[in-house]
Write a protein that binds this ligand. Structure first.
Ligand SMILES: [Zn+2]
Length: 66
C-alpha cells in the first residue's frame, strides 16, 4: 500500500504527496521545469516507489538531475 511519499531531488527540491500518482506527476514536472529533462512515466514511477533510490540502475538519473 502507498501511504505518502517524499522524494528529494539532488537540487534540494522535495516532492511530497500522499498519492503515488501525484508524486509521479510532481517528479516529472519538477524534472522538466527545473532541470529541462523528461522522465518517462515508468522512470518517475520507480522513483516514487523508491525502487531506484533516486538513481537509475545505471546512475543516469542523478547525472541528468544535476
Ligand atoms: Zn531538482
Amino acid at each position: 500500500m502507498f501511504a505518502g511519499k517524499a522524494i528529494r531531488c539532488e537540487c534540494g527540491y522535495e516532492v511530497r504527496a500522499s498519492d503515488e500518482d501525484d508524486v509521479v506527476e510532481e517528479i516529472r514536472r519538477h524534472a522538466s521545469e527545473a532541470h529541462g529533462i523528461t522522465f518517462s512515466l515508468e522512470l518517475a514511477r520507480k522513483l516514487a516507489r523508491g525502487t531506484t533510490q533516486g538513481a537509475g540502475d545505471d546512475g543516469s538519473i542523478r547525472k541528468e538531475m544535476q
